[in-house]
Design a protein around this ligand. Sequence first.
Ligand SMILES: Nc1ncnc2c1ncn2[C@@H]1O[C@H](COP(=O)(O)OP(=O)(O)OP(=O)(O)O)[C@@H](O)[C@H]1O
Ligand SMILES: [Mg+2]
Length: 446
Amino acid sequence: MANILYIDDEISALRAISAILKKEGYSVYTATTAEEGIEVLKKSPIDCILLDYRLPGMNGIDLLKWIRVSEISVPTIMLTAYGTIEKAVEAMKLGAHHYLIKPVDTELLVNVIKEAIEKSKGISKFEKIDAPFPEIIGKSKVMQDVFYIMKMVAESNANVLITGESGTGKELIARAIHKKSLRSSKPFVIVDCTTIPENLLESELFGHEKGAFTGATERKTGLIELAHEGTVFLDEIGELPMFLQKKLLRFLQEREIQRIGSTHRIKIDVRVISATNRDLEKAVKEGTFREDLYWRLNVVRINLPPLRERKEDIPLLVNHFLTKFSKENNKPLPQLEQEVLEALINYDWPGNIRELANIIERAIVLSPSGVISIKYLPKKIQEKTGWPVKEESTLNLLEFEKSLILKALNSTGWNQTKAAEILGISRKQLRTKMKNHGLLSSPDED
Ligand SMILES: Nc1ncnc2c1ncn2[C@@H]1O[C@H](COP(=O)(O)OP(=O)(O)OP(=O)(O)O)[C@@H](O)[C@H]1O
Ligand SMILES: [Mg+2]
């Protein structure tokens, strides 16, 4: 039978509920503080956590955050007293399976526990089979969809076009597809269309013969030829000049290249993965990108959503980068102060995962002790912590306004339009107020 951890500082409740659960056949572990609960979690295989919200020291919400960052996938049921429904909602947002109001209806409690354990069994089984790309972090629905397409496409030879804002992981995805493909033992060659000077790009791509042009003192093998039997990754394909778009198209149609200055044609077998953060459809419409080439490259499309549209992945990514960079910098795995994760979740991440990685590494390097506190984050992120420290009754009018704005923003995942609706003002008015309260780092920030 399953193991349940029940954390509550109210001894009478602890006794009564434990007795009921034992009667149902569960093994019950108890703790009177969250800290004690964590010790139990580290040592014993727990299938479900029953958690009181109000605890001395770390409270129930803090523990939920800890569970989330630690990637422990134990379903948690939150218990709250009347009047703290708001906290229960917050708990659900942080991934609690369910919340129940005290005093609990025992029949309901038993059913909810059963359901939570059943559901989590299903999930963990699914995750085990379905994690073919362990180096790519993401549990959000959108990332699961991306993994599904990657898996389907990996063993085929289809060309793939990866689109997404800067720092969303386009190169990481391209490498992972190659690694998972039948070509994995052959080369993965990157062509960065922005860093190679335009006049060298053709010879970089296709190679040249000795004496083909002034300065061609040696024969040179092109990058496409180097990728033979493997994968060529055309990064920032949107920047490819027109005359090379035509040559690339010809290569994709005929699967042959001709080095500059040679009459000889060489058969090449490569899969092409291209990536861009530009709107290629728009470029096609404007006539700066060939439509026929666009269709050749875009056989399978993977669109990586920006990080702000998959905030549920932030805690996992934070944990991933904490582990990675503490190891690389020879530091012990740090703890996060409570508001740090909150601020990281609230921030909008225009630079996406690359920006998150940089900020975590910086915080690890800057913090002298094993604790990362909010002051080691950049100012623009520090400002994103959710709740004012003071009690509402001691706030002055301006502080009260700021706290209302923050509440509205937090309850809508920082969607300004929706927050303005809640506050009964226009989006423009909201933005002006946000700016006055230092909640917008630049007027153009979205
Ligand atoms: N899902 C993820 N899990 C773990 N690390 C990730 C993930 N996505 C991106 N990264 C990391 O973030 C950084 C940026 O990713 P990558 O270089 O692939 O982005 P990109 O989309 O190619 O960006 P750009 O358009 O600026 O070239 C890399 O260090 C990468 O390893
Ligand atoms: Mg890139």
